[in-house]
Design a protein around this ligand. Structure first.
Ligand code: ZN
Length: 119
């Protein structure tokens, strides 16, 4: 079972990538659990009070790192599509165009990333 459906959104993991990374059934379960956590955080962000957005942004970043560890990839923020998070005010097109990049473009007024940056 390499997919989960949550709130009508289905996430399917690449069979090929699971093989090439030699992932176990437990690894796959961990990854699916992290995706569930990420979707829950996205949902939480939609309605969260302003004061908790920065903490949720940090938590989301930890989930992204945990996903990279679970996939047995090196941990690197350059592969996080952080601008896709709800309430993020960082430039979406500029970041998407240069993805993956060591030079993330962060809006200083972004409630998630403005204070802490993204790396
Ligand atoms: Zn942002």
């Amino acid at each position: 079972m390499n997919s989960i459906t949550l709130k009508g959104q289905t996430i399917t993991l690449s069979e090929q990538l699971i093989k090439s990374q030699s992932l176990s059934t437990e690894d796959v379960a961990t990854i699916l659990g992290l995706h569930a956590r990420k979707l829950a955080l996205y949902e939480e962000l939609e309605t969260a009070e302003d004061f908790s957005l920065e903490a949720l942004g940090r938590e989301l970043r930890e989930v992204e790192y945990a996903l990279q560890r679970a996939w047995k990839f090196p941990q690197s923020a350059k592969y996080h599509r952080f601008w896709e998070a709800p309430r993020c005010a960082c430039p979406k097109m500029d970041n998407a165009e240069r993805y993956p990049s060591d030079l993330a473009i962060v809006n200083g007024n972004c409630p998630l990333h403005g204070e802490i940056g993204y790396e």
